[in-house]
Every structure is written in structure tokens, then in C-alpha cells.
Design a protein around this ligand. Structure first.
Ligand code: NAD
Ligand code: MG
Length: 385
């Protein structure tokens, strides 16, 4: 029996993780759960799973949950709050597996805590690698942590590379191209948040859905792949594949290419991360190749999807540039979701922030946090100007 901690349990990845765990009650025990503010949903999860600990990172929500649980007497889990509590549970002696599924830079410290404690980290929070890739991978190596990607592309590559990287020439991430793949750039000006969040293949949280529409998500994933598979930007390629059936491919020097295929459903990826190196059921239907015909592939347009270009540039620049890219994007996406800026402004704000914030070589967590703060303030100033 493995004790699971789900950080970001009330989100889309959290839902999918719990639905896979539901299929295997003999293998997994929900030891702890976290969420930010949605205490009502967390209350329902407490009543169903009876975790030993729950963290509501926002204190007010923790108090509300505590009051409500005391009244209902349906669960006697300990309710904690704050980021330190997240890190404490990620590193707890009784924790076996940590699902890192908080959205954004807010997930970095707890992912890192799990790495330092030598846990199995099922990493959905790609922002951890974008911000702190060097430190994170070092912590994984130094503490014999197990890092299993929970991103469909990276899981695909991880699965294809099970026999090692000898003879590998490049990896290729597939990208759906999002809801605006065929929308002319002039029409993108007036896109609304709901239009941007209506992804054709995947059902996800709002921030990653906007990132998919701008293709910043693919940019962050290129950086994620750079750290996970220790490859330079030159050996990482992106191809548009609107059907999201081929999840990614690895190319060898001898002309051979391996891909991993499946229905676009994160439960497959999550089941693999939970059962690795074995396989177990996930609840996902088998792939019907003939029913998904034709499978198409295109080269991405880097003028239209400027965020993807900017992410490649930040990766080539190295150091703090990737953290600056991420911070500016988080600020811009939040403003877009609140109807404060237009869709096309997102890339412009990220580019201006990258051109304004001074790049440094990052060696400590403090430097990462400071750079993140400066980049956010800069992006905010650019938006206000
Ligand atoms: P979501 O918005 O549905 O859920 C986010 C979770 O994080 C919620 O439980 C929320 O309570 C918590 N959270 C939000 N802000 C927080 C904060 N400041 N502090 C602590 N907790 C906070 O997001 P999601 O779609 O589940 O994505 C989660 C992560 O997984 C993201 O990094 C995303 O890029 C990655 N991911 C998601 C998918 C997907 O299919 N949804 C696929 C690949 C990778
Ligand atoms: Mg992905």
C-alpha cells in the first residue's frame, strides 16, 4: 500500500488522479490532500477519502474547512494552512508518492521539498522545472528521488526512452495547436477567455488552457523536456498534431522513430506514474486508430504563436530568463482571464518583460524567488503603462 499526497487535489489533474486511485483501493491510500481556496470541494474529498492531513494554502479557507468539518463530524483529518505545511507533507516520513499538481510557480517549493526528501514525484507542475530546473534535477539526483513526468508529451518520451538514450538524435513534442490553430491572426485580437479555454481535445484548468491557446504551454514543455531528458534546445522539436493521439516521438540516428499513442486523457499518464514500471488500468478506453483517421502533422507558425518562439529563446539564453518568461506569462494570463488585456497582448507583455528584466545565472532558491518577484512587478508595470 502506497501513501499518496495530492498537491492541488481540487484541480483537473487532482480529479483525474483520484479517479484512477478509486480503481485501485488495494494499492493506494490517500494520505494527504491540498487545495488553495475551494474548501467546499475539499470537504467532500475529506468525507470520501478520510486523509490524515489536509492543507488549504489560504488561511481563511483552512478556517472555514475546519469549522465545517467540526460541525459535520464526518472526518477527523488535521487541517493545516500555508506553504510550509505543503512542503512538510511532501517530505513527510509516511509519504510515498507525491502528485505535484498545483498550478503555476506556487507549486515549486513543495515539488522541490518532495525531491529533497527522496520521494516518487509525479510531476504535473511543469513550472517547477521552468523556474528551478537545475536545482530541482540536482535535488532528485542527490536524494535518489524518482521523477515521473505527468505531462502527456513527457510521459510519452519517458515511455519511449525506457531502454536509455543511446543513439538518440532528437525528441519531438506534439502540440494540438489549441483552439485557434486555423484562426487568422487578425481575428485573435477579440478572443474571449471562454473561447481561449475551449480546448478541442483536452479538458484542463483555465491557466493551462490559455497557455495551450497561445502555445506558451508547448514552450514551457520544451523547457521541461530540456531538464527531464538533459537535451539542448537544438535536439527538441515541436510538431503540430491537431488530433492529440500521438503524444510525442523520439528519433534515433539509425532512422528509427518511436512514438507513444493513446486517447487524449490524463488518466493514462497518471496511471503510468502511479504504477511505474508496471502497468495498471486507468479507466481510459482503448485507442481506435481507424476511428481517428486521418492523423495530421504540421510545422508550427512561430509568428502567430510568438510565445513558443519566446520560450525557445529563453531556454537558449538560460539562467533566469526562463523564470522571467514564466512569471510574465502568469501575470499576463491572469489579466487576460480577468478581461483586463487582449489575447494578443499576452505574448507582447512576455516579450517586453524578457527585454526589460536583467538576466542572471541562478544558483539558489532565493535568487529564483527574487527574480520571479521582479519579473512579476515588471510585467505588471508594462500592463499598467
Ligand atoms: P487547475 O487550475 O485545475 O488546478 C490547480 C490546483 O492548484 C487546484 O487544486 C488549486 O486549489 C491549486 N492552487 C491554485 N493556486 C494555488 C496556490 N497559489 N497555492 C497552492 N495551490 C494552488 O489546474 P490543472 O489543469 O489541474 O493543472 C495543474 C498543473 O498540472 C499545472 O502546472 C499544469 O500545467 C499541469 N498539467 C495539467 C494538465 C491537465 O490536463 N490539466 C496536463 C499537463 C500538465
Ligand atoms: Mg502537455
Amino acid at each position: 500500500m502506497k501513501n499518496i499526497v495530492i498537491l492541488g487535489a481540487t484541480g483537473s489533474i487532482g480529479d483525474s488522479t483520484l479517479s484512477v486511485v478509486d480503481l485501485h483501493p488495494d494499492k493506494f491510500n490517500i494520505f494527504a490532500l491540498s487545495a488553495h481556496t475551494n474548501w467546499q470541494k475539499m470537504q467532500a474529498l475529506c468525507e470520501k477519502y478520510h486523509p490524515k492531513f489536509v492543507v488549504m494554502t489560504e488561511e481563511k479557507s483552512a478556517n472555514k474547512l475546519q469549522q465545517s468539518l467540526t460541525q459535520s463530524q464526518a472526518s477527523n483529518c488535521a487541517v493545516l494552512s500555508g506553504e510550509e505545511a505543503l512542503c512538510g507533507l511532501a517530505a513527510h516520513a509516511e509519504t510515498d508518492f507525491v502528485m505535484a499538481a498545483i498550478v503555476g510557480a506556487a507549486g515549486m517549493a513543495s515539488s522541490l521539498a518532495a525531491a529533497k526528501a527522496g520521494k516518487r514525484i509525479m510531476l504535473a507542475n511543469k513550472e517547477s522545472l521552468v523556474l528551478a530546473g537545475d536545482l530541482f534535477m540536482q535535488a532528485v539526483r542527490d536524494n535518489n528521488a524518482e521523477l515521473i513526468p505527468v505531462d502527456s508529451e513527457h510521459s510519452a518520451i519517458f515511455q519511449c526512452l525506457q531502454n536509455g538514450q543511446t543513439g538518440l538524435s532528437k525528441i519531438q513534442l506534439t502540440a494540438s495547436g489549441g483552439p485557434f490553430l486555423h484562426t487568422p491572426i487578425e481575428q485573435l485580437k477579440t478572443i474571449t477567455p471562454n473561447e481561449a479555454c475551449a480546448h478541442p481535445n483536452w479538458s484542463m484548468g483555465r491557466k493551462i488552457s490559455v497557455d495551450s491557446a497561445t502555445m506558451m504551454n508547448k514552450g514551457l514543455e520544451v523547457i521541461e523536456a530540456h531538464y527531464l531528458f538533459n537535451l539542448p534546445a537544438e535536439n527538441i522539436e515541436v510538431v503540430i498534431h491537431p488530433q492529440s493521439i500521438v503524444h510525442s516521438s523520439v528519433y534515433y540516428q539509425d532512422g528509427s522513430t518511436l512514438s507513444q499513442l493513446g486517447n487524449p486523457d490524463m488518466r493514462t499518464v497518471i496511471a503510468y506514474a502511479l504504477s511505474y514500471p508496471d502497468r495498471m488500468t486507468s479507466g481510459v478506453a482503448p485507442l481506435d486508430l481507424a476511428g481517428n483517421s486521418p492523423l495530421e502533422f504540421y510545422t508550427p507558425d512561430l509568428d502567430k504563436f510568438a510565445c513558443l518562439r519566446l520560450a525557445f529563446e529563453a531556454l537558449k539564453q538560460g539562467g533566469s530568463a526562463m523564470g522571467t518568461l514564466n512569471a510574465a506569462n502568469e501575470v499576463a494570463v491572469e489579466h487576460f482571464l480577468n478581461n483586463k488585456i487582449g489575447f494578443l497582448e499576452i505574448a507582447k507583455i512576455v516579450e517586453r518583460t524578457l527585454n526589460t528584466v536583467q538576466h542572471t545565472y541562478i544558483t539558489s532558491l532565493e535568487a529564483i524567488v527574487t527574480n520571479d518577484k521582479i519579473a512579476r512587478e515588471t510585467a505588471q508595470r508594462i500592463i499598467n503603462a
